[in-house]
Design a protein around this ligand. Structure first.
Ligand code: ZN
Ligand code: MN
Length: 480
């Protein structure tokens, strides 16, 4: 490693995030139009009205439910709540907001000074939340070759914007944070990741020597991590060539996975915020804050710690179980009400079910699968009715076909576990059928045994327990 490279290794990056999430409400933030993000396949420009089209003379009317959700979010992120807050207009000229300004919050947001805990490489880290505020989503702009299309369905959809302090040092921390935020939002029913999206602006600088670069509009979670990695390499290369990092705004090109320069030197003040005169100030009482606090469910961090303590399981397993509130509930129901052992419940729910959901890119809560179906399958496993392999296959098919286990078993013909005696008969048959393999085994070829085990499993169509098959095979072969 030459001197330049080792100097590069020393560079420390500091990063912060501004993340927008589309709130799970029935209607938009300032009108009665349906929240198109959470409605299915609306044709373009059908969830619109005079208000969200910014027609002259129209006035916004605040959706109280959206305010309540943002208060919940701010409290779940340990923020202090401002007891009086108001809205502002952020001026800009672009067809995605027909009013030519966005209604947002600037001076006094809903919540300030919160934090979330993340875990990266077995280490806990606190990420400070600077502010949490409400604003409206702009319309969707679709760029075509010679023209631009605008779909105003999204215009006015309620957003929460969550701004962190520059507390991230690595892209992995960013991913852990965004996953944690998404999880918290889903726990309190503020967001649904199967419909809504996360959109983040990333600011990144090299500690001590670089100016702040902002990368705008990165959709998703994985994508922010990729963008951060890209920027780190780009900025390191500039330093390596003896260049200087300038303050600028860049955009993320998700088709090429690169950041591109948009404009230099821009600050928030350049937007010319003014007070929104058409909306009243919101005043929140201590009682209201208390009521909302009481209504919050057990949040992920608390749940993970409790699961570890109460069931004596490790963090990884507890995190996997707590990944969705509904999965943790299923696990606890298995153990507390269904009498299933902690070991079987945590393996089948925390490991296998989790794996099946990941593979199918599915949330348990949206899967259509009933708790009872999974509970039956685990109980049958405990009764040794089905072996490991078939239990997992039945579960997989339950999620693929969204049918109860009885129907899955009938449909695919899953066989019950073969008990000792009948398995012994099958083993004897296989030994007679393959005398050469038996001879090979006796002359010391280990592979012959694997072959015979394989043949036994084939005969039983996978319903035998491989360990038991091997045990019986060895017994009979040794007595020959
Ligand atoms: Zn509208
Ligand atoms: Mn914003």
């Amino acid at each position: 490693m030459d001197r330049n490279q080792s100097a590069l290794q020393e560079l420390r990056f500091i990063m912060g995030l501004e993340t927008h999430a589309q709130l799970k409400t029935k209607s938009k933030l300032f009108c009665n139009c349906i929240n198109s993000v959470y409605a299915n396949d609306l044709p373009p420009n059908t969830a619109i009205c005079d208000v969200c089209l910014g027609m002259p003379g129209t006035k916004p009317r605040l959706n109280k439910k959206a305010v309540e959700i943002v208060l919940k979010i701010a409290l779940a992120l340990n923020c202090k709540i401002n007891k009086e807050f108001f809205f502002s207009r952020k001026t800009y000229f672009y067809p995605d907001l027909a009013k030519n300004y966005q209604i947002t919050q600037y001076e006094i947001p809903v919540g300030v000074k919160g934090y979330v805990k993340i875990h990266v490489n077995n280490k806990e880290k606190i990420i400070r939340i600077k502010r949490v505020h409400i604003e409206e989503d702009p319309a969707k702009i679709i760029h075509r070759k010679d023209y631009v299309l605008v779909d105003y369905n999204r215009s006015g959809v309620p957003l929460v914007e969550i701004v962190t302090e520059p507390d991230f040092n690595t892209p992995e921390e960013i991913r852990a944070y965004l996953n944690k935020i998404m999880q918290i939002l889903e726990y309190i029913d503020a967001f649904d990741s199967s419909k809504g999206t996360f959109k983040s602006d990333l600011n990144i600088s090299i500690e001590g020597i670089g100016e702040r670069v902002e990368v705008k509009n990165i959709t998703g979670i994985k994508e922010v991590e990729i963008a951060a990695n890209y920027e780190i390499i780009r900025q390191k290369n500039i330093i390596l060539r003896g260049g200087r990092i300038e303050r600028e705004t860049r955009r993320w090109d998700e088709s090429k996975n690169i950041t591109l320069s948009m404009r230099k030197k821009e600050t928030e003040e350049d937007y010319g915020y003014i007070f929104e005169p058409d909306l009243p100030s919101i005043i929140i009482s201590d009682e209201e804050i208390d009521t909302i606090k009481q209504s919050l469910p057990e949040l992920p961090d608390v749940k993970i710690e409790r699961l570890m303590r109460e069931y004596n399981i490790n963090r990884k397993l507890a995190e996997s179980l707590a990944s969705e509130k509904e999965i943790a509930d299923l696990f606890e129901r298995c153990v507390k009400r269904e009498g299933i052992s902690i070991k079987n419940a945590s393996t089948w729910v925390g490991v296998v079910l989790r794996k099946i959901l990941n593979y199918n890119n599915l949330l348990y809560r949206n899967s259509g699968v009933k708790d009872e179906w999974i509970i039956d399958v685990i109980k049958w496993y405990e009764e040794e009715k089905y072996n490991d392999y078939n239990t997992e296959m039945i579960m997989r098919k339950i999620f693929e076909d969204v049918l109860p286990p009885e129907e899955i078993i009938k449909k695919y013909g899953f066989k019950e576990k073969i008990r000792d005696e009948s398995l012994r008969e099958i083993v004897k048959k296989v030994i007679e059928k393959y005398p050469n393999a038996v001879q090979d085994y006796h002359s010391g070829k280990e592979k012959a045994l694997e072959f015979l085990v394989g043949m036994v499993l084939k005969e039983t169509k996978g319903s035998a327990d491989p360990k038991l098959a091997r045990k019986i095979l060895l017994e009979i072969l040794r007595n020959k």
